[in-house]
Design a protein around this ligand. Sequence first.
Ligand SMILES: *[C@@H]1O[C@H](CO)[C@@H](O)[C@H](O)[C@H]1NC(C)=O
Ligand SMILES: *[C@@H]1O[C@H](CO)[C@@H](O)[C@H](O)[C@H]1NC(C)=O
Ligand SMILES: *[C@@H]1O[C@H](CO)[C@@H](O)[C@H](O)[C@H]1NC(C)=O
Ligand SMILES: *[C@@H]1O[C@H](CO)[C@@H](O)[C@H](O)[C@H]1NC(C)=O
Length: 510
Amino acid sequence: MRFHLSLLLALGVSHLVSAAFYTPGSHIRQKIQINQASSQVKTEDEKVPEKYGPYFFDQPIDHFSLNTSTFKHRYWANTDHYKTGGPVILYNAGETPADGRSFYVINSTMAELAKQLEGIIIVMEHRFYGSSMPAPDFSAKSLQTLNTEQALEDIASFITDLKLPNLNVELPPAPETKYIVYGGSYSGNLAAWMRLKYPHLVFAAVPSSAPVQMSYNYYQYFDPIRKYGPKHCIQAIRSVVLFVDHILFSPFDHHKVNLKRKFGAEDLQHDDDFAELLSYPLGLWQEMTPASNPFEEEFCSIFEGLSNVHEYVNAYGNFTKNIIKKACDEDETVNECMDTHDPRSKMYQDVTSESRAWLWQVCTEYAYWQTGSPIWHSTIVSRKLNTAWFERQCPLMFGEHEVPKRPIWREINREYEGWYTSLDRVFWIDGEWDPWRTLSVQSDDAPDRSEWKEDARYVVLPEAVHHWDFFVSDTVSDFIKNTQDQVLETLKQWINETNTSPAMKYQSNI
Ligand SMILES: *[C@@H]1O[C@H](CO)[C@@H](O)[C@H](O)[C@H]1NC(C)=O
Ligand SMILES: *[C@@H]1O[C@H](CO)[C@@H](O)[C@H](O)[C@H]1NC(C)=O
Ligand SMILES: *[C@@H]1O[C@H](CO)[C@@H](O)[C@H](O)[C@H]1NC(C)=O
Ligand SMILES: *[C@@H]1O[C@H](CO)[C@@H](O)[C@H](O)[C@H]1NC(C)=O
């Protein structure tokens, strides 16, 4: 369980852990990644030994249609430690290609659980990510079967019909074999929702940093950064944003152009695109790991030794100029590079772009738009960045009649119970500093569940960000290590209880 950081870095973990989830400035981050990928020799992803996969499961394209066509659903499985009666730890990789996470079957918190419990660890891909493609591209027509219901049914049908090629004994069906769904972030939502919707198939769940409560105008994303970020840095950002908004909300166009020039973006036409550009460094907060802190090292460090707003603006401007250089091509203007208003823009035309899958999910279902705060609430993001900036892109990307006017986030909350969900045999883990904790069951705003009678566990990892329980290096805190041990002990206990007395499983056991 405790393997070395150098190995983790070699495997690229620092980039994988929070890779795809929509973070502030992800639009710009993606451009930087594309530019860097084309200018560098791409290193092969670390491959796991062949005996672990990948394997392919014949998955119905549409679970709710009479058409029985299937697609090849990719997964990896480690059965090395399986003994009859052992559980299956099932991890769905969520909104990212799973090959980057295939090594979880060998070296991860979950692999360690499987070993200790004499069970199996499986990493499965999510439909429309990596090679698990039910359709040839990401056009609106193809994406019709990308939704929560289909994704959950994928996991259910996988559990029901699984035949592991690398296991030479018969794996008894659920519930005899106990399936424990583990997940982080959106994939943590899936873990909780599987336990909710398929309790006969899913014995227990471990949702980590799961933002189960959907939000449309999610300005609170930035609250933990304001609250826990380095004080001087937050004060600098806040004064820059105040300065910027003073001008952006004024009627004087030449002042706006002068302002944008300080950030290398004088030709950027729309103020909300400019606001989004300025939110980019705040996305670095979520990239923090137990071993690295890019928010402080790459960004906050620029304000060191400075003390007034003009210096802060110049430093922020400098930083932003560099970001533009990395994100945009030399032969395009900043407006051509960053404009989200033009329907003819390149970003809206390419139906083969993988990034469209998650955009589809937030446009149709989840929203989670990370905006500037309303005026009664302090902000570190320009208030020009509003829900319209996000929502406007949905019809431009997919077609006006292909997406709902608004994401159906309220229906998702109703259907999956949001942070009101009360489930037995679920071990909830969150990070104190995680921006996504605000939408989790352990949010400061969530209902107080201290009196609720459910057999669940709740842990908030102090000073931790996004699903840090996934890290197994020596750099993780003792608290995280203890939590990993507690997960194991709790699962053992739940398994033991059901094995010794089936009636006991409904009783609280805290
Ligand atoms: C997994 O980690 C252990 C150290 O705990 C190391 O010896 C082993 O080589 C690693 N396995 C792989 C496949 O990287
Ligand atoms: C069933 O679905 C597949 C894939 O979407 C499609 O190619 C095929 O034409 C469909 N069959 C019928 C009978 O509609
Ligand atoms: C801006 O960046 C350049 C180098 O990239 C540096 O020389 C200069 O001091 C920076 N200015 C401010 C105000 O930070
Ligand atoms: C399982 O539970 C029984 C009784 O509830 C207890 O005696 C036993 O020690 C437990 N075993 C483990 C491995 O926890």
